[in-house]
Design a protein around this ligand. Structure first.
Ligand SMILES: Cc1ncc(COP(=O)(O)O)c(C=O)c1O
Length: 496
């Protein structure tokens, strides 16, 4: 054990520490407390070391005695010091245990990956999902927040918050509020041709949660799964986190090329598709391919994850009905979200599973977060039941169609942008290919970011080697004037 510090030497150390703690603790007594605590935690003071009297310390440091007394009293209360009248103040033994614990927590210098499980390492390697925190030109997938009927929502919210408020403070149904599951099931069967009842619907916080839950409940490490390429990163991360072997499957004008998938991994356990509006390229999965997919799932006892994230918005024709309604063998797990059709902050989505899987999925979900906010669910149920939801969908379809048309005109006028066939038929964003190949997409995206414009790279959504160079551009959240202004700004910044 090292020799105790002399009173003067300790005062010098504390004076330095006092200076360092200047910003964090406004009161002098608080700063002195922190300085002494730091000296104990970093080993400058040891168990059993005697501290100067409050009078001596106050005079050494040029502070009042009550300041020193306040600091000592707090340290004693927290167990760092033991004090007794007559013999003085000592660093307590308990404080060394505490300080050794603190030292341990500061220890690991190793690369964070080595601290993680192999599953954690896979998740960290893929990176998480990053969503826009503000509306910018041309953030992808963002609804027109200023056109949401906020007054109606607030009225419903106030009504529910007033009525039996304690009910909304309790834990909620793990599967989801029955009234909400009922209206979701009705909506899905009427509008999307999904063949389900409320007992098969789970109300979740997000599609991302649905995908993570599916990965958790249906996949073992090493299972092969088919993913559209390019495709949704949220799906890539959820399934690779579970240790699945991702099989990128190219898409063409008819969506996922099922023949290619059958060739690459015929015994895959699961296929993830965005059949109404392929993310990010925009085409629909054709009927023959849907039937081919269903037949494969039946034959191989595999699963189809149908992510129907923005099918409400089709501008030139009615969307094809969901695969779920075509499948007679209960091989489809159907995922939908209110993030696009209403607003992403709502954090409500749903998953429809075959009846025999419901209980297991509810149990699995309860291990992630228990349930979705009961108050939000009640408000949403009323919003749908009272007809506000469908009215909003109809209004937004018109609004987004108009914005899409302006976006396309401006893209053509300023950048000569190129689209794949069908890419602009629906949704809240579209993939635009580079007008020329002289500039790397990363460079253009960085230049656009400097001009305040979001141009997420299409190539980042590819898993396979044949990455397209282009950008995923959103048009739905911007008023016509903002679209025109941002497109001009982008054209001015574009490298020539
Ligand atoms: C294909 C797809 N699925 C799901 C989502 C997001 O849904 P959520 O916010 O419910 O996780 C997105 C968002 O961009 C998406 O593109």
């Amino acid at each position: 054990m090292s020799l105790p510090l002399s009173g003067r030497k300790l005062s010098g150390v504390l004076l330095t520490l006092l200076e360092q703690n200047h910003d964090r603790q406004p009161s002098l007594s608080g700063r002195l407390y922190r300085a002494i605590r730091t000296a104990i935690v970093d080993g400058t003071l040891h168990a059993g070391d005697r501290l100067p009297s409050t009078r001596a310390l106050a005079s050494d440091l040029g502070v009042s005695r009550s300041t020193a007394e306040g600091a000592y009293a707090q340290l004693e209360e927290e167990g760092y010091l033991e004090r007794s009248t007559g013999s003085g103040s000592f660093v307590s033994c308990a404080s060394t245990v505490r300080s050794s614990l603190r030292r341990k927590s500061a220890l690991p210098q190793a690369a964070p990956e080595t601290l993680l499980s192999s599953r954690g390492q896979r998740i960290a390697r893929m990176g998480g999902c990053v969503d826009a925190l503000e509306v910018r030109a041309f953030s992808a997938g963002m609804p027109a927040l200023d056109s949401f009927p906020a007054a109606i929502w607030q009225r419903l919210l106030a009504r529910h918050a007033r009525h039996a408020p304690q009910r909304w403070m309790m834990y909620g149904d793990r599967q989801g509020l029955p009234q909400l599951r009922e209206v979701i099931a009705q909506y899905l069967s009427l509008s999307r041709g999904v063949d389900c009842d409320a007992g098969q619907v789970l109300v979740l916080t997000s599609s991302q949660q649905a995908l993570t839950l599916i990965a958790m409940m249906m996949l073992d490490a090493g299972d092969h799964i088919w993913l559209e390429d390019p495709g949704y990163r949220g799906a890539q991360t959820a399934f690779s986190g579970a240790g699945a072997a991702l099989v990128p499957v190219p898409v063409d004008g008819d969506g996922m090329r099922i023949d290619d998938a059958l060739h690459a991994a015929p015994k895959a356990r699961l296929a993830y598709v965005t059949p109404s509006h392929q993310y990010p390229l925009g085409m629909a999965l054709s009927l023959p391919r849907r039937l081919q997919l269903i037949e494969w799932a039946r034959r191989e006892r595999a699963w189809i994850v149908e992510d129907d994230y923005d099918s409400e918005f089709h501008y030139d024709s009615r969307p094809i009905a969901a695969i779920h309604g075509l499948d007679r063998h209960q091989r489809v797990l159907y995922v939908g979200t209110f993030s696009k059709v209403l607003f992403p902050g709502i954090r409500v989505a749903y998953l429809v599973v075959p009846k025999p899987l419901v209980q297991a999925f509810v149990d699995g979900r309860s291990q992630i977060d228990g349930h979705t906010s009961p108050l939000t669910q009640a408000v949403l149920a009323d919003f749908m039941q009272d007809g506000h939801f469908m009215a909003h969908v109809r209004r937004m379809r018109e609004l987004y169609r108009a914005r899409r048309n302006i976006f396309l005109e401006e893209l053509e006028r300023h950048l000569g942008g190129r689209l794949l066939p069908g890419a602009a038929a629906g949704g809240l964003q579209m993939s635009c290919l580079l007008p020329d190949q002289r500039h790397a997409d990363r460079r253009v995206s960085a230049i656009a970011a400097d001009a305040g414009i979001d141009l997420p790279l299409l190539s980042r959504l590819h898993l396979g080697p044949q990455a397209r160079q282009g950008f995923v551009m959103g048009f739905s959240a911007l008023a016509p004037g903002d679209i025109r202004e941002a497109m001009k700004r982008l054209a001015a910044a574009w490298p020539r």
